[in-house]
Design a protein around this ligand. Structure first.
Ligand SMILES: Cc1cc2nc3c(=O)[nH]c(=O)nc-3n(C[C@H](O)[C@H](O)[C@H](O)COP(=O)(O)OP(=O)(O)OC[C@H]3O[C@@H](n4cnc5c(N)ncnc54)[C@H](O)[C@@H]3O)c2cc1C
Length: 400
């Protein structure tokens, strides 16, 4: 690749994964983050076999498994009476059929592990307090402009700057994100504060009307992570993330099963997130810039694929760069060609899961829940529904 650095914007999961992979393979790269510290916020995150294929390949198996929880099963339940609609083992199937486990972690633990690995190779490549503002492309390089008046010249810019990506706004100014009509409550509860029966539950999805509530243990079963999504008319302001109150959260899940009520009553500080969406974009690349992760394909959390897809992008982009030698345009086209269809499908499947968990019509509910009940007794449905997602190995998949 050309000698000028590959400029990465954003130190979230995709930016850090890409930076680490490039450094490990001897590439010149610089990463710029707008915050003054690499972001430590966030609650639980799912790392499915396709994500672990990447983290294990990067040599992080022990560091990840030391901090992760490993769910035995997943249960789908009705929101009030708690009737089990479907129950499936998770890890036995994942390790047997997809070679890697299904793990649940705190987002900041993954961020810290990736950051520490980067620092151990070269502590001088990450620059905080650098808000990217715009870029201009030249024949043989690209210039990145930051809010502190700095300009950096590189061979390409990779926008890993999340749902409100500034790189995307320059590349595709007409592509706005819109409020999806769904707000997600997120929080952590000390597992020891909960009753024995709640402590012993593995991943559980409570399916309501226009709402669902998911919880699972994280941090080697020290905390319980929950996400409660609910339909709302509007999102109060332009920020995507706010502190909420316990009363408001209690009100949103009033009348739900006593397990849900117990979890909510033990939360200290719930946060709420407006979920934003955008239809698949026509392209993610320009001459010397590319957007990856949430910047290019934000997805609802109902399939737990946001972080996994972001890491897949990082690895396929690295491989496209590596296989295209000095030709930046060829590398970017190869990346887009190999990732577009899968990411579009992941976006659609995540949206479908939200509708499945939010069913309103009682007859439709009866039909679908009965189908799920029967199917889950016949065959591990993750093998049918999620095979194409979990078996993907970004390091090994053949690139066209
Ligand atoms: C603070 C935070 C907490 C989250 N918590 C959870 C969670 O609990 N559970 C969950 O499932 N998902 C969570 N997510 C979302 C999840 O991380 C992403 O959906 C997924 O990992 C895709 O990652 P990404 O790298 O594309 O973007 P992100 O992880 O969103 O990272 C984007 C990064 O770019 C930086 N950035 C943005 N604009 C600029 C700019 N102009 N210049 C420089 N830097 C910029 C941001 O500060 C951020 O560090 C969280 C995201 C963030 C930012």
């Amino acid at each position: 690749m050309e000698n000028k650095p590959i400029i990465i914007i954003g130190a979230g999961i995709s930016g850090l994964t890409l930076c680490l992979t490039l450094l490990k393979n001897g590439y010149n790269t610089l990463l710029f983050e707008k915050e003054s510290e690499i972001d430590q916020r966030g609650a639980g995150i799912n790392i499915s076999p396709n994500g672990n294929a990447i983290l294990y390949n990067l040599g992080l198996k022990d560091k990840i498994t030391n901090l992760a929880s490993k769910p035995t099963s997943i249960e789908l339940r009705t929101f009030r009476k708690g009737i089990i609609v479907a129950k499936q083992n998770l890890n036995e199937s994942c390790e047997k059929f997809f070679n890697y486990p299904f793990l649940q972690m705190q987002r900041k633990d993954i961020i810290n592990i990736l950051k520490a690995e980067i620092f151990s190779i070269n502590p001088g490549v990450i620059f905080t307090d650098h808000t990217f503002e715009s870029y201009s492309e030249k024949e043989s390089s690209i210039l990145a402009y930051f809010n502190n008046q700095k300009t950096i010249e590189g061979s390409m810019i990779v926008g890993c700057d999340g749902i409100n990506s500034s790189v995307r706004k320059i590349m595709l100014p007409e592509s706005e994100v819109r409020f999806s009509g769904i707000v997600a409550w997120r929080g952590l509860v000390d597992l020891q504060k909960l009753s024995k029966s709640t402590r012993e539950m593995s991943t559980t999805v409570w399916m309501g009307r226009n709402s669902h509530f998911v919880h699972y243990p994280i941090k080697k079963n020290k905390f319980l992570n929950f996400i409660g999504t609910i339909k709302k008319e509007k999102w109060e302001d332009n920020s995507w993330h706010q502190e909420g109150t316990k009363e408001e959260l209690q009100n949103d899940f009033k009348g739900w099963n006593k397990t849900v009520i117990e979890i909510i009553s033990n939360i200290e500080k719930p946060n709420k997130w407006g979920l934003f969406e955008r239809s698949p974009l026509p392209r993610w690349i320009s001459k010397r810039a590319v957007i990856i992760g949430d910047a290019s394909h934000p997805m609802s959390p109902s399939y737990g694929q946001g972080a996994n897809a972001a890491m897949e992008d990082s690895i396929v982009l690295f491989r496209s760069i590596d296989e295209s030698k000095n030709n930046t345009q060829q590398a970017l086209e190869k990346f887009q060609r190999n990732r577009k269809r899968r990411s579009d499908n992941l976006q659609k499947s995540s949206k479908f899961n939200t509708s499945l968990f939010h069913l309103q019509n009682p007859i439709l509910k009866l039909i679908i829940y009965s189908g799920l009940y029967i199917l889950s007794h016949l065959i591990p449905f993750i093998l049918i529904k999620s095979r194409w997602v979990y078996k993907y190995n970004a390091f090994k998949v053949k690139l066209k």
